[in-house]
Write a protein of this length. Structure first.
Lengths: 397, 397
């Protein structure tokens, strides 16, 4: 049964999720910005409802370790230790979210945790071996919470011949699908990914792909030029102007030429790429550099979406992810869309911008504990549907 | 119900495993020698029966990668790629074992895979963070076989405050426990671990620990001095004599002074340690070096077992693992035991020496899919029992 969300729009739960009894779950997301854990307490009933959300920033030493682990200087010792350490942090985050909201952990049926991506190497397109590495041990989360835990979601899609990403479209469909309105959901995380939800379309009409860089490059910029972890609300970028040469250079990135299915990571738009930009465009003023990278995000997001989805008429663009708070990005997107789209923030639909990905992990975990698939082969390029993630079971005592 | 094994001795299945219908499973073990995959096809009925076993050696380039991953020169890229690659190799091994024995994979209920240990850092005793890293992705095994897969067994015990090792004692109890006879099961793998099975004792009487180095050091020696992957049957070692100074030096290793629970890995007896031995004892003749390391294995195995278990009267020593084929080790063990023990090989009890650890993974996986614990807190030092491993579910298609 379709049900009304707070914002009055219809949010459909996939048929399997229509339940008489409400089921509580926690979703945990730790994105490529590597700044902390977004946690969401979710209930599954005749619709998916976000009950509470919280953000637990990493201590700065941990963030440094995570960034080191994501870079070339990471050895297996660090992988091993961080896997356990992050697992403990994720577990503690779930426990704190439940406690703050006075929900006993015994009432939480399961936890879905994305983990911290430290490598993402999908090379099926080159006929090579594909692999991906998300750390933050599910056993540690399981021990801390006493809940069933689903973790390590991307490998099953990789094993099925997919890119392991994006995984958001399935969950975006559950959260934002509408019976009439065509919608585009744009997640502006470290990397930007887009989902196309045809009005009234079923799951098999859902498509999506990674459009390119978002906060990852902006955060490098904020750190380098302003000594800040990120450009809050895009306030620095708003003071700058777009540098056309830098913009053109970025838009020539090979990733942007590829057709979907495709997914990107630090390998494409990480520290190495940023260093190259700095070397080539050292004369561009910091504020302009920042603004231009916002334009890159907007141009790749809008340009590729229009190119690959070819929407007819006006569509609703729903923005989520940390980048949805960046007013420069939002302004650049609006400018590029013009009359082709109406821009909303995901919070208007009951799912706060920063919590969408955490909700997503709870939705995907719910699929897994039911033995149901969570990937969309058309989106990831997988040969088959796959039950995502690995299940850790709490102990008998 | 106790049941007769082929050898006429009684092999008890834990109560939970007493089943009317036989359940087929595959266990996969890839030990610290990093030479390949031991695979076992096992049936669980009113007793645990080994139906077929096989060994799939790694191609030499893969072995080189695995050894590199286990050493200091391993970066996160290698961890990521090897995780997927080994998962495919493990999956293919399970498929080949089933096919060779004309067992349809649909009849195999689940696969338990240990994975390749590339780090093992249990530091609870120093009050620090404990972690362990076994790779060989369960999702890949799941995709290749279409079976439920349990992998990554050690992290749950680590999360419960244990060393994550040894995990063998629970399974040794199922395979070799006897209602009257006191038994010691000695697994001579890369590292040697021992299990104490009191005659007629329940699971709570089972103890065990890692005694020290076995094939890991011997294989370095075989490679260095004889250009061989290992000293087959101990034939080189048998030609040498024990060097007392080298023996005394090895027996002074700090690990051997520790009281159980304890577990060891490449961190204690890996390439670094072997290099130190070479530097200090470069004048010892190769054959003597080899023989002395066999004596180290035997002395640590027997000495620590007698010290910590204090068996009364004569006990049966059951040897398994690749080192059970090393006649020099077996001779050294027999010489040290004298009248205190009667030495048997595990094959006499229906479980071939090289297959015991693979059977073990099937037994532990069987516990997990039933939601039952597989660790023994007294053995690993964990604060609690834990359901071991992470479960990957096959896709809906």
């Amino acid at each position: 049964m379709p049900a009304k969300s707070e914002a009055g729009s219809e949010v459909r739960a996939p048929r399997e999720m229509t339940l008489a009894k409400k089921i509580l779950a926690i979703g945990l997301m730790s994105g490529t910005s590597a700044d902390g854990v977004d946690a969401a307490l979710v209930s599954f009933g005749n619709r998916i409802q976000l009950i509470a959300t919280d953000y637990f920033p990493y201590p700065s030493s941990l963030r440094a370790d995570v960034l080191r682990a994501s870079g070339p200087e990471c050895d297996a010792d660090l992988v091993c230790r961080l896997n356990a350490k992050l697992g403990k942090i994720f577990g503690a985050s779930a426990v704190r979210l439940a406690r703050k909201n006075k929900v006993p952990l015994e009432d939480v049926e399961f936890v879905g945790s994305h983990g911290q991506t430290i490598r993402h190497l999908p090379s099926h397109d080159k006929g090579g071996l594909s692999s991906t590495l998300q750390i933050g041990d599910g056993s540690e989360i399981c021990r801390a919470t006493g809940c069933i835990v689903v973790s390590d979601f991307r490998t099953a899609d990789i094993a099925a011949g997919g890119c392991g990403a994006p995984l958001a479209p399935f969950a975006h469909f559950s959260m934002f699908g509408h019976k009439k309105e065509d919608r585009v959901v744009h997640n502006l995380g470290g990397i930007s990914n887009v989902t196309w939800l045809k009005g009234g379309g079923g799951l098999d009409s859902v498509t999506g792909f990674d459009t390119g860089p978002a906060n990852m490059l902006l955060d490098f910029c904020a750190e380098k030029f302003f000594g800040k972890q990120y450009d809050k609300n895009g306030s620095e970028a708003l003071k700058g102007a777009v540098d056309k040469r830098l913009l053109a250079h970025c838009l020539a990135h090979l990733f942007l030429k590829k057709d979907p299915p495709k997914s990107a990571g630090r390998e494409s738009f990480g520290a190495g790429y940023f260093e190259t930009l700095l070397k080539k465009f050292g004369t561009v003023k910091p504020l302009d550099f920042m603004r231009t990278l916002c334009a890159v995000t907007a141009e790749t997001a809008v340009g590729q979406t229009l190119k690959h989805f070819r929407p007819r008429g006006k569509v609703r663009w729903i923005l989520c992810g940390g980048g949805a708070y960046n007013r420069a990005i939002v302004a650049e997107i609006k400018a590029r869309l013009g009359s082709k789209g109406e821009v909303s923030l995901s919070g208007e639909f009951g799912f706060g911008e920063k919590s969408v990905e955490a909700v997503l992990m709870a939705i995907l975990a719910f699929r897994t504990v039911q033995g149901l698939s969570g990937n969309l082969p058309k989106v990831t390029g997988a040969k088959n549907y796959a039950v995502l993630g690995k299940i850790s079971l709490p102990g008998p005592d």
